[in-house]
Write a protein that binds this ligand. Structure first.
Ligand code: UDP
Length: 325
């Protein structure tokens, strides 16, 4: 198939583009480069335009069989302080993209959703039929697109998979892509910054949670495991059904466990200091991935050590040299 990877110059989209190509699909990347990196789209056809720019989308949608949508703002904290930015891009921009797709003949759509749609879960592991009750604007914007997709599936036959990502981490094993956010807020690359001395210490956001060691537990999944699920999602869409699917490993790790794995893999000490809890952080988020495993014949196979090792390799080789143009 020919796939339009919207947001393909970003972290998860650039990995999906590579994995799609490895599976024999044609890829066109569409990205406004507001947070993506041209370098991550190198070797692919790249269209630099915004998701709300229907004049740019119309001609390229004639050339593709499916759309994957990764182009969204994704900082929970920023969504609380600047919700307008999130509703503007993630909802208005996302709907505009969906409407351009509806106006084309494309009827296969894969959406990057998030475990943030569940809010504070009543129990873990989280199954897909648990209530969606987001507790921050980021999760609300993702839920809005999920709901639009459900309505458009019913009314217009737009088949979709909404993938609810848990904590994407790690980097391509080939070293060609990895994570680089400005500013960096995610746990693993932030710990690397502390090792390198680019920040004084890694702040541990709360050590008084009701978890075994008091720090938050999350389900960290390798970005290429996520990317492979997208390839299988395309095949699933060819069967004519839509789905909402968790993408996680089903195993949780605490912040302290992540730090200790980083120290083992890198052989370096992570300077840390305990800080207050981050607003809106639930104690524990762990996926029940069985529905994805059953419907897609998929399983996350990469270990936490592989996540940290690939991320470290990428950070050592590339992150300092990445330029946005
Ligand atoms: N975290 C932390 N210090 C940091 C960044 C993150 O203690 O500098 C914790 C955070 O509270 C959460 C986990 O690490 O429990 C993962 O956070 P991250 O921002 O990587 O991903 P998110 O859960 O926001 O998607």
């Amino acid at each position: 198939m020919t796939v339009l990877v919207v947001g393909g110059a970003g972290y998860i989209g650039s990995h999906a583009a590579r994995v799609l190509r490895r599976h024999g699909h044609e890829v066109i990347i569409y990205d406004n480069l507001s947070t993506g990196y041209k370098m991550l789209a190198e070797g692919f056809e790249l269209i630099v335009a915004d998701i709300s720019d229907s004049a740019s989308l119309t001609p390229v949608l004639r050339r593709v069989d499916a759309v994957m949508h990764f182009a969204a703002h994704a900082y929970v904290g920023e969504s609380v302080t600047n919700p307008r930015k999130y509703f503007q891009n993630n909802v208005l921009g996302g709907l505009s993209l969906l409407h351009s797709v509806l106006d084309s003949s494309v009827r296969k759509f894969i959406f990057s959703s998030t475990c943030a749609v569940y809010g504070i879960p009543g129990k873990v592991p989280i199954t897909e039929d648990m209530p969606r009750s987001p507790v921050n604007p980021y999760g609300i914007t993702k839920l809005a697109l999920e709901q639009a997709l459900e309505a458009y599936d019913h009314a217009y036959g737009l088949r979709f998979v909404s993938f609810r990502y848990f904590n994407a981490a790690g980097a391509d094993e080939d070293g060609g892509a990895g994570e680089n956010h400005t500013p960096e807020t995610h746990l693993i690359p932030s710990a690397f910054e502390a090792i390198r001395g680019d920040r004084a210490a890694l702040e541990i956001y709360g050590d008084d949670y009701p978890t075994p060691d008091g720090t938050c537990v999350r389900d960290y999944i390798h970005v290429n495991d996520l990317a492979e699920a997208h390839v299988l999602g395309l095949e699933y869409l060819s069967g004519g059904s839509s789905a909402k699917l968790n993408l996680g490993t089903g195993r949780g790790h605490s912040v302290r466990e992540i730090i200790s794995t980083i120290e083992k893999v890198t052989g370096q000490t992570v300077p840390t200091r305990t800080a207050p809890r981050r607003q809106g952080d639930p104690a524990e988020l762990v996926a029940d991935p069985r529905r994805s495993e059953t419907l897609l014949h998929w399983k996350a196979t990469r270990s936490l050590k592989q996540i940290v090792a690939t991320a470290w390799n990428w950070a050592q080789q590339h992150s300092a040299s990445l330029k946005r143009t």
